[in-house]
Design a binder for this molecule. Structure first.
Ligand SMILES: [Zn+2]
Length: 303
């Protein structure tokens, strides 16, 4: 069982959760490595920081080229050019551990307040479904191969989504990405911690003794009945010509949109419309719009 915070260095919530969990075992130096025997653990539990160098810098990645959650593609591990990037070197350090994991939870948070917590998956097996029931989110987003397109992975290569979780899934484990909410919302950390402790207990790596160490103020029943699975079907990439959203609400993630709805317009009047009913997800706000990166994604309902 592996749990990471800080796969993206600017997302503090997951880091805080990992720090608290390590503290239970008397490990307070999150930057080093330590091994601790504990009768609280069944099997092996790895808790750590995905990309420590990015965390120290407070940036999504070290290189600014490709973040750790876009490095897990076989082609990158074989490319000297890719391996020159510090983030790719970190991925190379982690890939064997993640390939061995039965379960992997990657704890993320989101850079915009205009979002809701959700779970990202790259496949949605019965095992994924069972675990997701313990995570209090309404939306599960199958990011599948569409996500790789935001780093310009050629279409013929995108069958390998380059995320940490996809790597785990491709090696027989169950990996999921828990997007816990707005990244600077420290008040949400105890809630996220409670969710993660439930998850650890559910997969059996700890039992209720571990749970009891934390005196969660409200020990909610986290089983969620009304979850919806959406699948990314389209990545709209910014085409170098000054895009403007038709309305500021289109910078809100998980906004329902209808087929044909005008999302925005380029300076040369080219219109960008939703081509299916679904949700507009992961929109880049005005400050984060970059040429040839994703403007937004469209997701359609699976179940
Ligand atoms: Zn992230």
């Amino acid at each position: 069982m592996v749990v990471f915070g800080g796969t993206h260095g600017d997302e503090t919530m997951g880091m805080e959760v990992v720090k608290v969990l390590l503290g239970v075992f008397g490990i307070h130096d999150v930057w080093g490595s330590a091994t601790q025997e504990s009768e609280l653990i069944q099997g092996d539990l790895y808790l750590g920081i995905g990309n420590p160098e990015a965390v120290k810098r407070g940036t999504r990645s070290v290189s600014g080229v490709r973040d750790l959650n876009r490095c897990f593609h076989e082609a990158f591990f074989e490319s000297p050019e890719a391996l020159a990037l510090p983030d790719q070197q970190r991925a190379a350090e982690l890939k064997d551990l993640l390939a061995r994991a039965d379960y992997f939870f990657d704890l993320h948070s989101v850079s915009t307040k205009q979002t809701v917590p959700f779970v990202g998956v790259t496949t949605f097996s019965a095992a994924h479904r069972e675990i997701c029931r313990y995570i209090p989110v309404r939306y599960i987003v199958d990011v599948n191969s569409i996500l790789g397109q935001d780093v310009g992975i050629p279409r013929k290569m995108v069958e390998q989504t380059p995320t940490t979780c996809s790597w785990v899934n491709r090696h027989g484990g169950v990996g999921l990405c828990y997007e816990m909410g707005y990244q600077n919302d420290i008040a949400s950390v105890p809630y996220a911690l409670c969710v993660v402790v439930h998850l650890l207990e559910h997969v059996g790596v700890v039992d209720e003794r571990f749970h009891q160490i934390f005196s969660f103020s409200s020990d909610q029943n986290f089983i969620v009945s009304e979850q919806q699975v959406y699948r990314l079907v389209h990545c709209e990439r910014n085409k170098f010509k000054n895009f403007h959203y038709a309305d500021s609400r289109y910078t809100t993630s998980f906004l329902p949109v209808k087929t044909g709805e005008l999302i925005g317009t380029y300076q040369d009047k080219e219109e960008v419309r939703a081509y299916a009913d679904g949700l507009l997800v992961f929109p880049s706000g005005p400050q984060t719009l970059r040429d040839n990166k994703s403007l937004f994604y469209l997701a359609t309902l699976v179940v």
